[in-house]
Design a protein around this ligand. Structure first.
Ligand code: ZN
Length: 380
């Protein structure tokens, strides 16, 4: 829960995780006594909460943030930015009359005095580019900044840093001679793990590969380091009601955790793994062990589908709300224009529910599946 909601969004949850203080829906690393979308930077500065990343920086440690979402999205942003609106990710999203800097600008400006964060990797490239420039990977896409700043070049000049935007450039980065790395692989979020190889022309590293490179850069500092790694697209797969992509990205996150464990020593390194909130996602029925997790329920000792009271089979996985059942082609779950179909809408006897375009059934029709309020696990 957050200070004002029974079920939180990712702004107050990550604020709680990196500052130890619960705050309100939609605000990043400021306390709950500020109204959402407060425009006066003096108010933000008076109510800002120190983050663990900032504490690490102040102690001379190296710091890094890795995500599969935009690096300006709520979870990564809460580690380095202070604002009363999580959506103010670039300056063209700021309302008139605000003196609060946008999140992308804060990623550079908040660390100008101590030579920048050492690693910032993920998506959100256009939020760092002026609207006079075209995206290097998608020639019709432009930068989103109105203020003319090119934060990718500022990162390089101000922090003696490097900037990459595709897999070949990423692979060519030698951590031994890289002081600081900004890597932005997509105009917005990076691809889902399930789509990464077929959907991305210029190539993107996996979250495990990003974690690997980040630790190599950060580990050079004898004082130690802080690194936050977010499997941000797990959440997006669930919002789409598409368990295939949510779970595939969860496996990719698990690979990143394994990589971090291989590269560090528990004698001097604490690894904490958790989620910042749940989703209305259930594992239901009495499917037998070994039944496909994305499949329809088949009971222990049985070979036929278990039938619901309406005589139709049902999937093990479902959602309490969201977009509901339909099958979309590869990559199709990123379209939010499909009609919502909820409840028991079709006989799925002959539907391949393990297809990556399959969206699990949902009870309550919403354009996007929601977060949920149960406790989440913490592993350390
Ligand atoms: Zn979410």
């Amino acid at each position: 829960y957050s200070a004002n909601q029974q079920t939180p969004d990712s702004a107050p949850t990550m604020t709680a995780m990196v500052t130890g203080v619960k705050t309100s829906d939609g605000v990043l690393s400021i306390d709950q006594d500020v109204a959402r979308q407060e425009k006066d930077n003096a108010v933000i500065q008076a109510h800002k909460l120190t983050t663990i990343l900032e504490l690490a920086k102040a102690r001379g440690m190296s710091t890094g943030v890795v995500t599969t979402a935009r690096v300006t999205h709520a979870t990564p942003a809460a580690t380095y930015a202070h604002t009363a609106e999580r959506d103010w990710e670039t300056d063209s999203k700021l309302p008139a009359g605000t003196s609060v800097k946008d999140i992308a600008a804060q990623a550079v400006d908040n660390f100008a005095a101590n030579h920048g964060m050492e690693v910032l990797m993920g998506g959100g490239r256009t939020y760092f580019m002026p609207n006079t420039k075209f995206d290097p990977e998608y020639p019709t896409v432009k930068g989103r900044r109105k203020d003319g700043r090119d934060l990718t070049s500022e990162w390089q000049t101000k922090f003696n840093g490097k900037y990459v935007w595709n897999k070949a450039q990423f692979d060519a980065i030698d951590p031994a001679n890289t002081k600081s790395l900004l890597a932005l692989f997509e105009p917005s979020h990076v691809q889902y793990e399930a789509d990464r190889e077929k959907m991305d022309g210029a190539g993107e590293p996996s979250i495990a590969e990003m974690t690997d490179k980040a630790i190599d850069i950060l580990q050079k500092n004898k004082k130690g380091f802080f690194l936050m790694v977010e499997g941000g697209r797990i959440d997006h797969g669930h919002h789409a009601g598409n368990a295939y992509r949510a779970l595939t990205d969860t496996i990719a996150m698990s690979d990143a955790v394994r990589k971090a464990m291989e590269k560090t020593d528990p004698e001097d390194t604490l690894i904490v793994v958790s989620a910042d909130h749940s989703h209305v996602f259930t594992i239901a029925g009495y499917p037998k062990r070994g039944n496909p997790i994305l499949g329809k329920v088949v009971g222990a000792g049985k070979t036929d589908f278990a039938k619901a009271s309406d005589g139709m089979p049902y999937t093990t996985l479902s959602y309490a709300n969201g977009r509901g059942y339909h099958v979309l082609p590869v990559g199709g779950d990123t379209s939010y224009n499909e009609p919502i179909q909820t409840g028991r809408v079709a006989d799925m006897t002959h539907v391949d529910t393990t297809d990556q375009g399959f969206h699990q059934e949902a009870l309550v029709p919403l354009s996007s599946e929601t977060h949920a309020g149960e406790d989440v696990a913490i592993f350390a």
